[in-house]
Design a protein around this ligand. Structure first.
Ligand SMILES: Nc1ncnc2c1ncn2[C@@H]1O[C@H](COP(=O)(O)OP(=O)(O)OP(=O)(O)O)[C@@H](O)[C@H]1O
Ligand SMILES: [Mg+2]
Length: 297
């Protein structure tokens, strides 16, 4: 990184009426190669504070590779990753986290046999005491965990309750609440709704929207357009490591995004082959329900 890079962040037009806000993230011509495999080629998109950027694409499209670059697990081979106005090349997830980048992976890195409060604080436990005499501050840990969860509508009887007793959606929300509490500016969510039922997916998506409304930039990775569309402000579709385009919501319909993800294939043909209607398998249908109601709010 040179001093020139730091001052030369490209100006990107904000959607109309939103004013001159600098992107939280700007990727320019990001490339990543693995032993001759092109995982990503020339990826460009911004993420603004207070917006949900949906990263969509089929299996092997490059979504995970891209979020690993954003979160410091991998480094780009070419291109520039701007974060908060500076050209970055994070060398570890810890470094990215310290800058305010929180990533919630599908497996959530939670310990089911530990309490909600211990999972909430994991690795950053509050302590009491002075000098070498430090004690885990259980009452503060329990109170803050309970308050933060209440803020997002999850009422727990007892912060000592095991995480294993929470539903999948509630666990996602605890992970997001934790990221927010510890000062994330960018929240990266990897398939947060893929394993959830309709009601739960709706709850998580509502919370994603709340995080966005509080000013965080959110990168939401999903296979499900019906989950992405109601909460997304901007959509980037990846296919075989290439960008198929980045669009604001007023530029594309739900159907346009679905078609892009299918690589132009006619989904009706797929449905006919399988003897079912296109796009009404359980996952998509559940998504439509989850998304539909959310969109009407
Ligand atoms: N560590 C690695 N070594 C070699 N190849 C890799 C590595 N990580 C990813 N790839 C390759 O890069 C491409 C993109 O993979 P990636 O995991 O980013 O896709 P994805 O969009 O997340 O897919 P999925 O939806 O299945 O999770 C694939 O061809 C994959 O095999
Ligand atoms: Mg992946």
């Amino acid at each position: 990184m040179t001093a020139e890079d730091v001052t030369a962040q490209p100006a990107i037009a904000r959607p109309p009426a939103a004013g001159p806000v600098q992107p939280l993230v700007q990727l320019t011509n990001i490339c990543k190669y693995f032993l001759g495999v092109t995982a990503l080629e020339d990826i460009n998109f911004p993420v603004y504070p207070g917006e949900v950027m949906c990263l969509l694409g089929d299996n092997g499209a490059g979504k995970s590779t891209l979020i690993k670059i954003l979160s410091g697990v991998h480094q780009q081979d070419k291109g520039t990753y701007w974060f908060d106005g500076q050209a970055r090349r994070f060398t570890s997830p810890r470094e990215a986290k310290a800058c305010g980048i929180a990533t919630v992976y599908q497996d959530l890195s939670m310990i089911p046999l530990m309490s909600i409060s211990r999972n909430f604080w994991l690795g950053s436990e509050p302590t009491r005491g002075v000098g070498p005499l430090h004690f885990f501050d259980g009452p503060t840990a329990r109170r803050v965990a309970r308050e933060e969860l209440a803020r997002i509508g999850i009422r727990i009887r007892d912060a000592d309750q095991l995480v294993g007793t929470l539903s999948g959606g509630e666990r996602q929300c605890v992970a997001i609440a934790r990221a927010k509490y510890f000062g994330a500016k960018l929240l990266i969510l990897d398939e947060p709704t893929s394993a959830l039922g309709v009601r739960e997916a709706r709850g998580v998506l509502r919370y994603v929207r709340q995080a966005r409304d509080e000013g965080l930039g959110v990168v939401l990775i999903t296979h499900n357009v019906n989950h992405a569309y109601p909460v997304g402000d901007r959509f980037t579709v990846l296919g075989h490591g290439h960008s198929l385009g980045t669009f604001t919501k007023d530029e594309v319909s739900r159907e346009d995004v679905l078609e892009l993800m299918a690589g132009g294939e006619d989904l009706a043909d797929v449905g006919a082959d399988a003897g079912v209607d296109a796009g009404v398998d359980d996952g998509v249908d559940a998504g439509a329900d989850a998304g539909g109601e959310l969109a009407d709010e």
